[in-house]
Ligand binder design. Sequence first.
Ligand SMILES: C[S@@+](CC[C@H](N)C(=O)[O-])C[C@H]1O[C@@H](n2cnc3c(N)ncnc32)[C@H](O)[C@@H]1O
Length: 270
Amino acid sequence: MKPFLKWAGGKYRLIDRIKAQLPPGRRLVEPFVGSGAVFLNVDYPAYLLSDSNADLINLYRVLQKEGARFVDYCREYFTPETNRGEVYYRFRSRFNGPCSGEQKAALFLYLNRHGYNGLCRYNASGKFNTPFGRYKKPYFPEKEMLFFARKARNALFVCRDFRELMAELSPGDVVYGDPPYVPLSTTADFTEYSRGGFSMEEQKKLAGLAVALAGRGIPVLLSNHDTAFVRRLYRKAQLSTFQVQRFISAKGNNRKKAAELLALFSETEG
Ligand SMILES: C[S@@+](CC[C@H](N)C(=O)[O-])C[C@H]1O[C@@H](n2cnc3c(N)ncnc32)[C@H](O)[C@@H]1O
């Protein structure tokens, strides 16, 4: 099943490759859950799903708690009337101001489907600032939301930094970590996630945590671009790499081929 949100770096198209590498376990842990493409398409008894984007986690919690009732409420935001620039900017201001958790969740979905390229971008003071997307008829992802809500019965959603989350795991857990990509070059730093970027120091910290968890019997599978920097960073893991066609620019029409890398840190290799 496809995720109901558009999300930079979404892994829906890579799902078979990822599934082939993920070891079994009692609980799947995703420190960078994003749109949840992996969670939605694998089968574990339980899930611990986290992301540093608080608006994303709020939406998942509301959908998990309210299910079909919330889906019905969200439908009201998907009409020809609401698909106008003037309304978009009014809703965006409402989202950036005080509103209830449920309203904020519905507005986040609305902005994701009506905003430019599905971008999730915030300014320096944390206000959502993606411009209007001018889509003919934004898709209302009803069946995808209902599927998500059903699957979320066995999930716990938290909003934590990956360092904090990965410090709390125990044997039986399996980690799939999909951090913001390392840039392909210094000029190609194209992804904007939450507030602030993801630094090279954080990439190093993540690799270190993966080695440490593997040493405690908790396998960790990490995704990233296949670059020399990443290969060095993940040198203690078992690597597999493949080509994938994906959008990696904000300019929607700029398709580039980037090699993907999967790194499995496990007891024998770690
Ligand atoms: C490549 S995306 C994950 C995509 C996801 N696998 C999917 O299929 O949609 C990376 C995610 O990491 C989150 N993130 C960025 N920095 C983080 C941090 N320090 N701790 C936790 N999550 C973070 C972003 O909000 C973003 O959702």
